[in-house]
Design a protein around this ligand. Structure first.
Ligand SMILES: NC(=O)c1ccc[n+]([C@@H]2O[C@H](COP(=O)([O-])OP(=O)(O)OC[C@H]3O[C@@H](n4cnc5c(N)ncnc54)[C@H](O)[C@@H]3O)[C@@H](O)[C@H]2O)c1
Length: 372
């Protein structure tokens, strides 16, 4: 344990020059803070006399707040703020990505043919790309989003892309768009009724609607905490229970994939985001708890926990805090952020019969971030 944390600290310290300075953006809301003195650990160790029994003591006595030592790289930084826009349409739209490829062979058990899948937050980002993975794999899809106009545009774009890639195809997937505020029970029920009326049934669900914000906990406006938990946790709960109820009434099996985050297992740095981290831990454990509760009915529940993926959400945070990208990437063993497409295989696997004996599991798609 001690060795692992030393290696981790040394690695983090080594990724930046010892005199490097990371200055957070200045705004009326923020105060500027500077990180300095990140001396690589080996510089400190090498000159020591190996016979000196006390030579390691400095590693347990350096932890004074704001003095600039190895631990600084593993702290949240109160000067980071990111307030999610109340109007979701302020964030830029996504585009359909790669589709079917050229008749490559794969296991039939990965097919989603004859399935109807619902994707919350499907108008943009990870939700949109996962919707596309489902369409490519043969499913009909209902995109649910607060931004219905964008959902409708993207539903049409997914069908167009499918037709372009499959000229002359007989079974063109049905893709519909539905409004819901996932944090509102009435709105969720209304959307579920609308989807069942349009598609006749629901087999699969992906809960991707969610957002993050950055405020130090002691300054985090409570109404924003409630909103964040409302969308990330209540929204997941409401859609999952609604779809499970429908599957149980039909006495049919189904698969639910909850989009958590690596933040459910680790604490991101430097941006402070305690409520988001807790929300994603809740999502991960909801997946396990509901998997156990619904296993008897053949309703599987799993969780995908992405690392840093480049979407409208993270692009906005990086636009506001340009220095953050370097910091994030320095902490990812793969050395790069993920692309939304990196989730296409994971979601198809978990929704399909290929993962028929998996329930209550978490797939981390994070470039190795949580391994260190
Ligand atoms: N992007 C990342 O790096 C990353 C990493 C880990 C986890 N995640 C999680 O993945 C999910 C998708 O993130 P993204 O990056 O694609 O975000 P995004 O902002 O690009 O897309 C989120 C979508 O959810 C919709 N939405 C937001 N609030 C809603 C509400 N109340 N009701 C209905 N729809 C609502 C938005 O309109 C938007 O279309 C989120 O749960 C996020 O926490 C993202």
């Amino acid at each position: 344990m001690f060795r692992t944390s030393i290696i981790r600290q040394a690695t983090r310290a080594a990724v930046r020059p010892s005199t490097s300075t990371l200055t957070a953006r200045t705004s009326p809301l923020t105060r500027t803070r500077t990180f300095t003195n990140l001396t690589p650990l080996h510089d400190k160790v090498s000159p020591d006399d190996p016979k000196d029994e006390t030579r390691h003591d400095k590693f347990t006595t350096a932890a004074t707040v704001d003095t600039g030592h190895e631990g600084t790289a593993s702290r949240t930084d109160d000067s980071f703020r990111y307030e999610h826009p109340d109007d979701e349409s302020e964030l830029p739209a996504s585009k359909p990505v790669q589709g079917r490829g050229r008749h490559l062979r794969t296991l039939a058990s990965f097919s989603l043919e004859d399935k109807v899948g619902v994707v919350t937050g499907g108008a943009r980002g990870l939700g949109l790309v996962m919707s596309q993975a489902m369409v490519v794999s043969g499913a009909d899809v209902a995109i649910v989003d607060m931004n219905k106009e964008e959902g409708e545009k993207q539903a049409a774009a997914l069908v167009e892309e499918f037709k372009r890639e499959n000229p002359g195809a007989r079974d063109v997937p049905k893709v519909t768009a539905h409004y819901a505020d996932v944090s509102s029970p009435d709105s969720v029920q209304h959307a579920l009724d609308e989807i069942i009326a349009a598609h006749g049934k629901i087999d699969n669900l992906v809960t991707s609607a969610g957002f993050t914000e950055n405020f130090p906990a002691v300054e985090y406006p409570y109404d924003r905490v409630q909103k964040l938990w409302g969308v990330n946790v209540d929204g997941t709960w409401l859609f999952a229970t609604g779809v499970a109820r429908h599957l149980m009434e039909r006495r049919q099996p189904g698969s639910i994939v909850m989009i958590g985050s690596m933040s459910g297992a680790i604490v991101n740095v430097p941006q402070p985001q305690a409520p988001y981290n807790a929300a994603k831990a809740a999502v991960r454990h909801l997946a396990s708890s509901l998997a156990v509760e619904w296993a008897h009915a053949g309703v599987r529940v799993n969780c995908i926990s992405p690392g840093y993926m480049l979407t409208a959400l993270t692009k906005k945070i990086l636009d506001d805090n340009p220095e953050l990208a370097e910091k994030w990437i320095s902490l990812i063993p793969a050395g790069k952020m993920g692309r939304p497409e990196d989730l296409m295989g994971a979601v198809t696997f978990l929704l399909s019969d290929a993962s028929g004996y998996m329930t209550g599991s978490e797939l981390r798609v994070d470039g190795g971030y949580t391994c260190t």
